[in-house]
Write a protein that binds this ligand. Sequence first.
Ligand SMILES: Cc1cc2nc3c(=O)[nH]c(=O)nc-3n(C[C@H](O)[C@H](O)[C@H](O)COP(=O)(O)OP(=O)(O)OC[C@H]3O[C@@H](n4cnc5c(N)ncnc54)[C@H](O)[C@@H]3O)c2cc1C
Length: 385
Amino acid sequence: MRRLIFEAEHDTFRESARRFFQREIGPKVAHWRQQGAVDRDVFRKAGEQGYLLMWADEKYGGAGVSDFRFEQILCEENVRHGDLGFYHVLHSRLVAPYIAHFGNEEQKMRFLPKCASGETILGIAMTEPGAGSDLSGIATRAEDKGDHWLLNGAKTYISNGILGDVFIVVARTSTERKHALGLFLVERGMPGFERGRKLEKMGLHAQDTAELFFENVKVPKANVLGDATMGFKYLTHSLAEERLIASVNSLSHAQVAFDITLDYIKERRAFGRPIGTFQNTRFKMAEMRANLDVQQTFLDQAVLEHNRGQLSAETAAAAKLLTSEFENRVLDECVQMHGGAGYMDEYRISRMFSDGRISRIFAGTSEIMKEIIGRSLGLDDRKLS
Ligand SMILES: Cc1cc2nc3c(=O)[nH]c(=O)nc-3n(C[C@H](O)[C@H](O)[C@H](O)COP(=O)(O)OP(=O)(O)OC[C@H]3O[C@@H](n4cnc5c(N)ncnc54)[C@H](O)[C@@H]3O)c2cc1C
């Protein structure tokens, strides 16, 4: 089905993005998967193209382009021709906006231009060994020491954890107020800030995921974003966009899996004919095709709502829930249609299968998405009991 949300300028942008991902990312993926991380210089190269922090004002090194469709195109082309391991969107669209929205002018001038050029790589550290879905369990503490904050604690499963230069670290700033959290900009080289091991994962092998440790780290007051007790509110501000991005990646992943499987089942023969001609295969592909169109239409509509500033938390949660669950069903069917080849790492579908499993877990699990949608229906303990 033809997608109706793009205009000529988006098509032109997609062409050049495609060439970038084909040239700079695709050929390096096998090497990056082996080394467990992308090379730093790919962020620089993306920065040179203007692909990082496109939304930021020109004075901060951006292009002042807030239209989310351009970001959507970058994600789609990265999934098709690059690799989910290159987590440009975490840097650009999930972390940097916290600095733009909640930072002061000095912080914006200090951090954003280097993020836009790719010189500085960003990450965000919320999750802890004892707190994931439920951020109220955060135990990392920041104590106000007058001229600085003293940070102690540990974070885990942090993306860009090894390559990252600046992390937004979420820490508790009050023992009395449960939701008093602060967002602290912790920089590479600060005494007491250490990285743990690079974590071995089921998939996303080109992405560096790590533990971070903070032992008596003196964080200057100038590195606090906004009010040091309002972090919880700041985090919820960006969640709809985070889920929209996850959804874009999921559906693109499903679309690519479908396309490579369609090629495969036309070539692969069994019992004297291409396996795609078996009714079971044809019907499964037909169902996937129909669902891809429906989900893409819904997602594109959500993108337009986001552009208008009207994307609700529950619509973003619905998009994330639907597309990530669908992605996983598609990946499973596509592996099945590849037979034994689908289990072999040398086939892309096998790698995609293990990469895709995370989609139902990070950026909020499917169960949490259902909670958000359910609560929006008024089905909430606190309201009904
Ligand atoms: C590859 C990867 C990259 C990541 N990157 C980052 C990062 O950059 N920064 C960061 O801070 N974190 C990151 N995370 C952490 C990720 O966001 C968390 O793993 C995720 O939010 C789930 O939290 P958890 O692992 O503690 O699971 P838990 O919260 O322990 O959940 C376990 C299970 O219980 C279910 N559950 C929990 N609460 C409820 C409920 N109320 N109702 C029903 N079911 C519930 C969950 O849905 C899940 O199925 C990453 C994780 C991975 C694997």
